[in-house]
Design a protein around this ligand. Structure first.
Ligand code: FES
Length: 586
């Protein structure tokens, strides 16, 4: 059913990519005779409930009568309703431009033409953003953003690669969809800025390797498995008509180079925006998404790797997880004394313990705005706060002993969970609970990220970095202190850890406006030493150690200066033993 919906252009949320794990794709079969469509719809026209659907139902995740559209097969005429909670929410398009002074040195020079414009496009797997610029002044005249329509073919990159693999013409469908969306974004930016499409002479585009290949009309399937060979790696400059963009006569499109099979043109753009090669200080630049792209370097060397963090940081594989959209919890604090939480929700201004919060989230009003789930930044802060409050032990286990102190900590089968928000599940307002499995999913993701960074540090022969920059929408919204408490990133002076904002978009804009920058990035990309995390045995070692919160052996001295970290058990010494020694000392 999910596939049929996608083919018809109906967007159904499918965070887990159709693996019956997220229960986001549920739909309601409607029975009866429908004269308009000339059908008799019956729930019997769907395949029997799968085992996974039965489990979801037992766990209370699937409403009685509803079906998971990724599981149900259509066997006859059927009419279905897609509840609001299963529709792909318009994700907050968090791709604001950074203030970044760019010296214009355009390729196309005003001659007979008076007005010349260009567009920088950042093709993300979830969202696409376009920025229309005046090519002579560099000024951004309009910015537009939209969901990437390819999402209906697969939530994440690998599901899109499999769609291309399993469906004849599937890659072309995705190429057409993304080009059409970019055309629309350019047209709407032009309209906003009162610019005619015939005055647009340049387009620069960036995207990860799969987005890059699909945009260029190349088969993305080789990128689905090791060694992830790129069909085209170098920067590409072609007539804009080659990408179906209908702009000024002779308009050109420039796509930045890819760095490696899993480190794409978007990372090249981040590199161009950040210019770590201009400094002696060592910068660690991390672009957090479904994969984390990591760059480490300075004037002397540049290294890059991609680490398989998975989609947990984007709210997927988390029981109450969702994308960053209105209704998602994005900030969490827990009082270490009472173990009571307070949180903030996207779309609201108040903390949950402040007067007016319930009115803001229309608790009483049916269909009103309410808390719908928890997004990536929220889950990081929730788990880091649970650790700081002692609810989670350094090994990531939710400590059942804390149930005596606050009933929010409750047994869930053989493990424990923490109730963050009560909700009103009978009226469609979900309870938000942090389960042990959620903590595990985040531990795995953060350990992959940390291990990738340490591996690059090993290669460079350094034990600390001078600055950390977090790029991407997610990087802009996480509180770096909590990311460090969790051990996502190495210890560093917190004043030197900052968000690089939408660095990929900034890089695309630099390449649009400055001719010399294109040569520069092409040269730098050739210099980058690629580190393969998948085959390096040290990666595994770092990964295992990084599963602990914040880390099994590394100390976080900079962090400990600004935040009180819970006591860590000394290596080989049990907590019991530690307590005994302390008592003896007294
Ligand atoms: S897509 Fe069906 S359960 Fe996730």
């Amino acid at each position: 059913m999910l596939q049929a919906a996608r083919e018809l252009g109906v967007d159904i949320d499918s965070i887990c990519g159709g693996q019956a794990r997220c229960s986001r794709c549920q739909v309601e079969p409607i029975e009866g005779m429908f004269a308009k469509e000339g059908i008799t719809s019956s729930a019997d026209h769907l395949s029997n409930m799968s085992v996974d659907e039965q489990i979801c139902q037992q766990e209370g995740l699937l409403k009685t009568g509803n079906r998971l559209s990724c599981q149900a097969k259509i066997l006859g005429d059927i009419k279905i309703a897609v509840p609001a909670s299963s529709q792909v929410h318009d994700q907050v398009i968090r791709k604001d431009l950074e203030i970044h002074t760019i010296e214009p040195d355009p390729l196309a020079r005003p001659g007979i033409h008076h007005r010349m414009y260009g567009v920088a496009v950042d093709v993300g797997s979830t969202t696409i953003a376009a920025h229309l610029c005046d090519l002579s002044s560099g000024e951004v005249l309009a910015s537009t953003g939209a969901m990437n329509p390819q999402i209906r073919y697969g939530e994440d990159l690998m599901s899109r690669v499999s769609y291309a693999m399993l469906h004849t013409g599937g890659a072309k469908q995705m190429t057409d969809a993304v080009r059409a969306a970019i055309n629309e974004l350019i047209a709407s930016a032009a309209k906003q800025a009162h610019v005619d499409l015939s005055e647009i002479y340049e387009v620069t585009l960036v995207g990860n390797p799969v987005m890059h290949h699909l945009l260029l009309g190349l088969d993305p399937t080789p990128l689905g498995s090791a060694p992830f060979p790129l069909t085209v790696k170098d920067a590409t400059e072609i007539p804009a008509t080659g990408l179906d963009f209908h702009l000024a006569a002779g308009a050109r499109a420039y796509i930045l180079p890819c760095i490696a099979g899993h480190v794409g043109a978007d990372t090249a753009a981040v590199l161009l925006a950040e210019t770590p090669w201009k400094s002696d200080e060592i910068s660690l630049i991390i672009d957090v998404g479904t994969n984390a792209e990591i760059i480490l370097g300075n004037r002397k060397r540049l290294l890059a790797a991609s680490s398989p963090t998975g989609p947990a940081f984007e709210g997927a594989q988390i029981s109450s997880g969702q994308r960053a959209a209105p209704g998602a919890i994005e900030r969490v604090r827990i009082d270490p004394q009472t173990l009571e939480p307070r949180f903030k929700v996207i779309g609201g201004n108040l903390w949950s313990n402040e007067p007016g919060f319930n009115e803001e989230f229309g608790k009483e009003e049916p269909g009103g705005q309410h808390v719908t789930g928890i997004c990536g930044s929220g889950i990081i802060e929730a788990i880091a706060s649970m650790y700081l409050a002692g609810i989670i032990r350094p090994d990531g286990v939710i400590d059942g002993k804390m149930a005596d102190r606050n009933p929010r900590i409750e047994a869930s089968g053989r493990t424990f969970s923490y109730l963050l928000h009560q909700g009103d599940p009978k009226n469609g307002k979900p309870e938000i609970r942090i389960q042990q499995a959620d903590v595990r999913a985040i531990q795995l993701a953060k350990a992959a990220l940390y291990a990738g960074a340490r591996l690059l540090m090993d290669r460079m022969g350094v034990d600390k970095v001078d600055r950390i920059r977090l790029a991407g929408a997610f990087g802009s919204h996480i509180d770096v202190k909590y990311a460090m408490v969790l051990g996502m990133i190495p210890d560093c002076d917190l004043t030197q850890v900052s968000s690089a904002g939408n660095a990929a978009g900034t890089g695309a804009r630099i390449a649009l406006l400055n001719k010399a920058s294109r040569k520069e990035i092409e040269r730098r990309v050739r210099q980058v030493e690629k580190v393969e995390t998948a085959t390096d045995e040290n990666f595994q070692k770092h990964f295992v150690e990084a599963m602990a919160i914040p880390h099994a052996s590394h100390t976080f001295a900079n962090l400990a200066r600004v935040i009180q970290l819970p006591d860590r058990p000394e290596a080989g010494v049990s907590l019991k033993e530690k307590r005994r020694r302390r008592t003896r000392k007294r």
